[in-house]
Design a protein around this ligand. Structure first.
Ligand code: COI
Length: 355
């Protein structure tokens, strides 16, 4: 942890846009808070960050991130406690993962003080944007991208790190219908699947759209070699309860190491549930459903939180899963996680960072 205070020049908005926000009707990702943090990397060094009014950026048409995809991002949330405090959930883990992604994409490592102090000062300024309503939060989007205006393919020499935020409600508003994908691939061994790289999401859009046109919200990806093992879903890691055991694919070079995923597994163990992180075959899930032993299926992610899956499509068939109310493991873990995030339960792992 850094102790020196970073100087961050701040240009405040003339007039806040917060009056446009209806706390009781927040659409995910559509309205942005007043300010953003911007730090540039040039001449082999990170320059002093600035806080600016949220707004457009001027970029060269040759900006290399646009052409070759050197772009990575993170997602995290801040919650308002009953006392009015602003509580960030596991920001250091996002910081660490950002740099893991940066390494894979040949982007320079970001110093901790730019991330943490930048985040803290930005949130202090935009504190009013953290919604007080239950089920809502301030979604925070840190990202870094290559800014060289150069057309050759090589790692850029210049980069921009930015953080902006938006108040959000639920990411998924309907019981999730997901389809197991056995043709297209999200990531193969040796690829960049474990990195939160923009291109991973872009490449997933076409296959996802094929199934969305058939009435499914998301895909569940399978391994690139055999399409036999479950990997992750579009915006989430995936978990199943099979015969009372919480089972999830172990993280690997092809699977994003989700922070919500880790939080859920940790709390499930603490609550006394049996947890297995291992390879999970499609066949195991389908067979468990046939035998009446597939009790729960859900996704975990910062945006998605814990998103219950109602239907799994596989091989031309819709597997309908048990009702959400009886899903003891995911419901109890979700309740505990919510309490920790909003300061209503002890925080034994120091996940909560008070602003
Ligand atoms: C998140 O859960 O924060 C994500 O980054 C997923 C998505 C919204 C792209």
């Amino acid at each position: 942890m850094t102790t020196d205070t970073l100087t961050i020049t701040t240009q405040q908005v003339q007039e806040s846009r917060i009056s446009q926000l209806d706390y009781n009707n927040i659409e995910f990702g559509k309205i942005f808070s007043d300010h953003m943090l911007v730090a540039d990397y040039k001449n082999d060094a990170w320059q002093a960050p600035q806080i600016l009014p949220y707004g457009n950026m001027s970029l060269s048409p040759a900006t290399s991130a646009i052409h070759y995809g050197q772009a990575i991002f993170e997602g995290m949330k801040a919650y308002r406690s009953a006392d009015g405090d602003i509580l960030l959930f596991r920001p250091y883990d996002n910081y660490k993962r950002l740099n893991v992604s940066a390494e894979r994409m040949c982007i320079p490592q970001l110093p901790e003080d730019i991330f943490m102090q930048g985040l803290e000062q930005l949130l202090r300024l935009d504190a009013a944007w953290v919604p007080p309503t239950e089920g809502s939060a301030l979604y925070i989007r840190p990202f870094m991208f290559a800014t060289d205006d150069f057309i050759g393919v090589r790692p850029s020499s210049n980069y921009r790190f930015t953080i902006f935020s938006c108040p959000v409600g639920a990411y998924y508003n309907a019981p999730l219908r997901v389809a197991i994908e056995t043709n297209y691939v999200r990531s193969a061994d040796g690829g960049a699947g474990y990195a939160k790289a923009a291109g991973n999401y872009g490449a997933a859009l076409y296959p996802a759209r094929q199934m969305q046109q058939k009435g499914y919200h998301q895909l569940i990806w399978t391994d690139a070699k055999e399409h036999k093992y479950i990997e992750e879903s579009g915006t989430m890691n995936v978990m199943f309860v099979i015969d009372g055991v919480l089972v999830t694919p172990a993280v690997s070079s092809t699977i994003l190491s989700g922070i919500t995923r880790d939080s859920v597994l940790t709390l499930a163990r603490d609550l006394g549930y049996k947890v297995e992180e291992r390879r999970v075959s499609v066949e195991e899930v389908v067979e468990a459903h046939r035998a009446g032993k597939l009790q729960e299926a859900f996704g975990t992610g910062t945006a998605a939180t814990i998103a219950q899956i109602a239907t799994i499509h596989y091989n031309g068939e819709d597997l309908e899963l048990p009702p959400f109310e009886g899903r003891d493991i995911s419901n109890s873990v979700a309740a505990e996680l919510d309490k920790i995030k909003t300061g209503q339960a002890p925080d034994p792992y120091n996940w909560v960072y008070k602003i």
